[in-house]
Design a binder for this molecule. Structure first.
Ligand code: KIV
Length: 257
């Protein structure tokens, strides 16, 4: 097992795992200083490309952004989302996961669970491709946002799903929008670390979309904490530039050759 993956596993019940998304080198370089895991998320479909969901982002686009992100990563574990449709059967999953790993030199891939695709995880792990699972609200498979694990029945179903993903060989698992009760039970019953998004502090680590916490994505669900309002800062800067150009205050001699 790769050392970086071992380090993540060793954090379980010892120290919290810090994760964020990146789609480009400059952001990745900053994240690398503070994050254990950097994810090239298919959320880029919404955040960067303005799509209404994550369904149409291509493997090629994900690879292209990962090549950029990789240039900014020295120490974090680099995980790449496999886009919808790229792992719908074992042969396709293996071909595409190998393509991502070989072309980008990332450390692992993430696949969303549809409560049926456990054998895909098993197949990838057997081929020595580290896999991060993802349960709860899974945007590739569910259209409508819904809190997950709000009944005993639903919690037990999620626990069974998480345990099966662990058994299939995943090294960690994202829990998206689970009730605190569900995330606690799953985190306590799994040997692998759970990474929460909107799933309370009961998880072994947390992940958020970087553009959301920087206030530049335009979409801020309840579970997001805005650590900056870049939209306001950018708006101000662009307004000043526009005014300077119109009033001939830019460029000055010092900005000219
Ligand atoms: O695509 C994404 O950004 C994700 C989240 C878990 C952050 O999958």
């Amino acid at each position: 097992m790769k050392k970086k993956i071992k380090n993540i596993l060793n954090k379980k019940r010892k120290s919290k795992i810090v994760s964020l998304t990146a789609y480009s080198k400059n952001i990745a370089e900053i994240l690398d200083k503070y994050c254990d895991i950097v994810l090239v998320g298919d959320s880029m479909a919404n955040v960067l490309y303005g799509h209404k969901d994550t369904h149409k982002i291509s493997l090629q686009t994900i690879i292209q952004h990962t090549l950029s992100v990789k240039k900014g990563i020295k120490k974090s574990l680099l995980v790449v989302d496999m886009p919808k449709g790229s792992y719908s059967n074992k042969r396709l999953a293996l071909k595409n996961a190998r393509k991502i790993m070989n072309l980008t030199r990332c450390d692992a891939v993430k696949i969303e669970s549809n409560n049926k695709n456990f054998s895909i995880i098993y197949e990838l792990v057997k081929a020595k491709i580290p896999v991060m699972g993802h349960i709860g609200f899974t945007p590739q498979f569910q259209k409508k946002f819904k809190i997950q694990g709000d009944s005993i029945n639903a919690i037990n179903k999620l626990l069974k799903e998480a345990l099966t993903i662990e058994k299939a060989g995943a090294f960690s698992i994202v829990l998206e929008c689970l009730t605190p009760k569900a995330s606690k039970l799953i985190t306590n019953n799994l040997k692998i670390p759970t990474i929460g998004i909107g799933s309370s502090s009961n998880c072994d680590g947390q992940i958020l979309v970087t553009d959301d916490i920087l206030g530049v994505s335009g979409f801020y669900p309840k579970f997001v904490k805005k650590y900056a309002n870049l939209e306001k800062i950018i708006d101000n800067a662009i307004k000043k530039f526009s005014k300077d150009v119109k009033t001939n205050r830019f460029p000055k001699n010092k900005n000219s050759f």
